[in-house]
Design a protein around this ligand. Structure first.
Ligand code: ATP
Ligand code: LTN
Length: 333
């Protein structure tokens, strides 16, 4: 029996932070041997908010090498750049014309990001989830491993696929496979270091709000030292204490210990004792990724080869799906 397929992606909008790693990439790495995997760097999504052309290409390389540095293995997985496979844009157009506008207007991420843009909201920002649906549906993905914040987009993708199949295909011969979201509980929503009620995000203007995978040990130490805490004595996984809950969760993941064990270990601790422990566990967790990253970046030309091969493999699958879609819609193919 052939393996089930996974597709996921990250936007090249800056360095990856530990939220991206714990919420998404760590799970990709863990699952990859059992699946046929496609991981893309979604550069077309990165331009839905104002961007700097000079940093887009650099960030695209950074994210692709971080995929490898985090442990994505080309034996199991294909890494490619979204804009290298033109079927993504083309399917997005076809889905634009078969999806009701009001499905997009309800998207939480759109509403949140639109507020930040003021008058300058692009059509692309509204259309973002359609392009994401195209990414997923082109590969007949069975599972899409993402963080909690992407749940609504995954539900929309399913609705788009179901509606398309209903209108343009038969039950026995559907055009799209209906994908399932895969959201692991631990690390699905890593919170900002400056505010335990907000998710950690690449686009937060404050560097101190997140730990980047490439932060130096000194920087990690500084960020944890400055992060927001609370004045309650003793530490616990209390949902009423968002900062405490978040920091203990990070510690439990990076130190490879169960929540129960961490709860016991930290029950009588104060922040002064806990912060150095978290700092050490975080540095230890990130050092191997940083070393591998440096190695990949030193090897000139390697990444280009990986991405070229990735494009070729991705195109084979994506172009076949696009042909099916166009034929169902009545285009001459
Ligand atoms: P931006 O701030 O530019 O929107 P982001 O930090 O939200 O970026 P994305 O590229 O949108 O990052 O997300 C990549 C993956 O990381 C997605 O699967 C997303 O669900 C996951 N992710 C993002 N932020 C977090 C977080 N704080 N906790 C857990 N997972 C996260
Ligand atoms: N919207 C996603 C990034 C993304 C994605 C995808 C994730 C674009 N296309 C396809 C999974 C599958 C985000 O994390 N912000």
């Amino acid at each position: 029996m052939s393996k089930k397929r996974i597709l996921s992606g990250v936007q090249p909008t800056g360095n990856l932070h530990i939220g991206n790693y714990l919420g998404a990439i760590r799970n990709w790495v863990e699952m990859q041997p059992q699946y046929d995997n496609f991981f893309c760097v979604v550069d077309l999504h990165a331009i839905t908010v104002p961007h700097n052309p000079e940093v887009l290409a650099k960030d695209t390389y950074t994210i692709a090498s971080l995929y490898l540095a985090c442990g994505i293995d080309l034996q199991y997985s294909t890494i490619f750049v979204q804009s290298h496979v033109s079927s993504h844009s083309e399917l997005a157009w076809l889905l634009n014309c078969t999806t009701p506008l009001n499905w997009l207007e309800r998207m939480i991420q759109f509403k949140e990001k639109a507020i930040k843009q003021g008058e300058n909201v692009s059509v692309g920002l509204l259309d973002y989830p359609i392009l994401m649906a195209a990414d997923i549906l082109l590969y007949d993905a069975d599972q899409v491993p993402v963080g909690e914040d992407q749940k609504q987009h995954l539900e929309l993708t399913r609705d788009i696929a179901i509606r398309f199949n209903d209108k343009f295909a038969s039950e026995e011969n559907p055009v799209f496979k209906i994908p399932e979201p895969l959201i692991k509980k631990e690390g699905a929503r890593v919170m900002s270091l400056s505010d335990g009620t907000k998710k950690m995000s690449k686009s937060d203007p404050s560097e101190l709000s997140r730990i980047s995978l490439l932060d130096s040990p000194e920087m990690i130490k500084k960020k944890i030292k400055k992060c927001k805490t609370d004045p309650v004595m003793g530490l616990s996984f209390d949902p009423q204490r968002p900062e405490c809950n978040n920091l203990l969760t990070l510690y439990s993941i990076f130190s490879n210990q169960t929540k129960e064990k961490v709860a016991l270990e930290c029950a009588d601790m104060g922040w002064g004792k806990f912060k150095p422990l978290l700092t050490e566990a975080t540095i230890e967790g990130l050092t191997p990724i940083q070393e591998k990253y440096e190695e990949i970046m030193r090897e000139k030309g390697y990444l280009d080869t990986v991405l070229k091969e990735g494009k070729e493999k991705a195109e084979m699958v994506a172009n076949a799906t696009l042909k099916r879609v166009k034929s169902a819609l009545g285009f001459l193919v």
